[in-house]
Structure formats: structure tokens, C-alpha cells
Design a protein around this ligand. Structure first.
Ligand code: MF3
Ligand code: CO
Ligand code: CO
Length: 291
């Protein structure tokens, strides 16, 4: 691509944050809430059936949160209103919104609009016709996290961005289908990158899938590009991790805003992402983040 395919609305700037949302004291918090620094949870990436069932229940709440948000989205809404809907849904179902006070993240989910690759902070930014929006929800319930995200089209969206969204979802699904016990996790990225390259998309490398469960990010890394011979962890039955490719209409290079979170494409081109939490089964992946 010789010209950068930017969103019709032009480049984004940060909006204003609303006051911090509260979580009822009766809802159990992850250990990282209220302090900075790395997570202190240590757990194997290979889970028992009882833990897998808990992750499925947390994952279902996260997926239902996305369903409810999808029904409410329309041009004119702010990303902070999206956060409010997600926050209320999760706490009404007894879950803690995992991103709230995770390493200082100030909101209950991530809203990543147009050129934002990931980790967008909900604020006073108004959704406009033609926008593409990723909403990333992680719910903490009964001691475990379920993590999922998807794209939403705001009104009429141009063909290039619609195709990017469609192809990014297919890329995630192909990554999920590449899961098999005995394979190295870098196989997932190889499959995703190969598909993305057909369309000339950028494949983001700096942000990856991850082990998830008792920890939000366990330390296990799942690349979305062909990283072999690196990231050669072997998939085993019962292993739980996310697959969450980020594909762009231009460069895969990213930069971060000075809010310390928002990650945007270096060239302002639009980015799309889809995410599921999965468990490795004998015959392939089982998705744990279904409504
Ligand atoms: N849910 C994101 C992921 O898929 C992580 C968000 S962390 C935050 O890994 F702090 F940015 F919210
Ligand atoms: Co994730
Ligand atoms: Co996520």
C-alpha cells in the first residue's frame, strides 16, 4: 500500500476520563488490585477440569458483556458509556472487571477505536459513523479470569475496514484450528501470519496471546506471527491461553500514547482484533469464552 488507509474521521486524541467506577465489596478482587507491579499468582498453564469449568463461567460473563454492549452501540455514544454498560453487567453477575486497576489501568474494559491496536482507555471520545471499535472484556469470577474481545462496526463502514474486520476474525479462527497437543505454540502464529499476508495486512508482534486462568497474564506467550524457533512451548491437553491477533491496514509498527496504555499504529492505519480464551483438548481447541 502506498497511501495510508486512515479512518475518515482522522487521527484520534485522548478524551477525558470519568471518575473511577466502584465495585461492591462483596465481589472478590484479583490480588493485583490496589498495587502496581507484576502479578504474584503462580499456577500451571495446564488446568484441572474444575478450573477449566470456572474459566468457562468467567468467560461466559465476558462474552455476554460483549453481547450486551453490541446491542447498545450506536453513533453518538462515548467509549465511557460502553465502559459503564460493561462494568454494570459484570458486577451484576458477581464478576470483577479484571482490567480495573490492573497495573493502574483506570477502566473496566478496553475500547480500541480505528488506529488504536489495543489497550484503549474508555473516555469522552464519541463514536462516529464509519468507526471500527474493538471492545476487550476480561471477567474475574471464582478466582479465575476469562478474556475475550471482538470488533463492532459503527454505522456504515468503508469496504477496506469491513474486510479487515472479517479477515481478522477468520485469522483468529484459523489460529484456533491450529491448536493440537504436541505442536509448538508458534504454529498458531505461523498460520495467522500466513493468512494475513494474503491481504497485505500488518501483523502486530509486540502484543501477544497469553496463558490465562488464576493469573490474568500467566507468562506463557502466544505469538501471532511466525516466531519459530522462538516460542516453542509445546501445547498439552488442559493448557489454557488466549489467541488474539491484531492485524492492520498499514504498518504493524506501533507506538504508545503518553497515557502509558493506548497503543496505536505508527502510521495511523486502522487495526482490528478478535480474542478467545481456549483450552487444548485431545482433538483441538475448545473455546471457553462463548456466551
Ligand atoms: N484484555 C487484554 C488482553 O487481552 C489486556 C488488557 S490489560 C489492560 O490481554 F490493562 F490494558 F486493561
Ligand atoms: Co488477552
Ligand atoms: Co483481552
Amino acid at each position: 500500500m502506498t497511501t495510508v488507509d486512515r479512518a475518515p474521521r482522522g487521527l484520534l486524541t485522548a478524551g477525558k476520563l470519568s471518575p473511577m467506577r466502584q465495585v461492591p465489596q462483596a465481589i472478590a478482587r484479583p490480588e493485583y488490585v490496589g498495587r502496581m507491579g507484576p502479578e504474584r499468582v503462580t499456577a500451571s498453564d495446564i488446568k484441572t477440569e474444575a478450573t477449566i469449568e470456572k474459566i468457562r463461567r468467567a468467560g461466559a460473563i465476558a462474552a455476554q458483556t460483549l453481547d450486551v454492549i453490541g446491542q447498545a452501540l450506536q453513533p453518538g455514544m462515548t467509549t465511557d458509556e460502553v465502559d459503564a454498560i460493561g462494568h454494570e453487567y459484570m458486577i451484576a453477575h458477581g464478576a470483577y472487571p479484571s482490567t480495573l486497576q490492573y497495573q493502574g489501568f483506570p477502566k473496566s474494559l478496553c475500547t480500541s477505536l480505528n488506529e488504536v491496536i489495543c489497550h484503549g482507555i474508555p473516555d469522552s471520545t464519541v463514536l462516529q459513523e464509519g468507526d471500527i471499535l474493538n471492545v476487550d472484556v476480561t471477567a474475574y469470577l471464582d478466582g479465575v479470569h476469562g478474556d475475550t474481545n471482538r470488533m463492532f462496526l459503527i454505522g456504515e463502514v468503508d469496504q477496506a475496514a469491513r474486510d479487515l474486520v472479517t479477515h481478522t476474525k477468520i485469522a483468529m479462527e484459523r489460529g484456533i484450528r491450529a491448536v493440537k497437543p504436541g505442536r509448538e505454540v508458534n504454529v498458531i502464529g505461523r498460520v495467522i501470519e500466513k493468512y494475513a499476508k494474503r491481504f497485505g495486512y500488518g501483523v502486530v508482534r509486540e502484543y501477544t496471546g497469553h496463558g490465562v486462568g488464576e493469573a490474568f497474564h500467566s507468562g506463557l506467550i502466544i505469538p501471532h506471527y511466525d516466531a519459530a524457533p522462538l516460542y516453542n512451548d509445546v501445547m498439552e491437553e488442559g493448557m489454557v491461553f488466549t489467541i488474539e491477533p491484531m492485524l492492520t491496514l498499514g504498518t504493524a509498527a506501533s507506538k504508545q500514547w503518553d497515557d502509558g496504555w493506548t497503543v496505536v499504529t505508527a502510521d495511523g492505519s486502522r487495526s482490528a482484533q478478535f480474542e478467545h480464551t481456549i483450552v487444548v483438548r485431545a482433538d483441538g481447541a475448545e473455546v471457553l469464552t462463548l456466551p
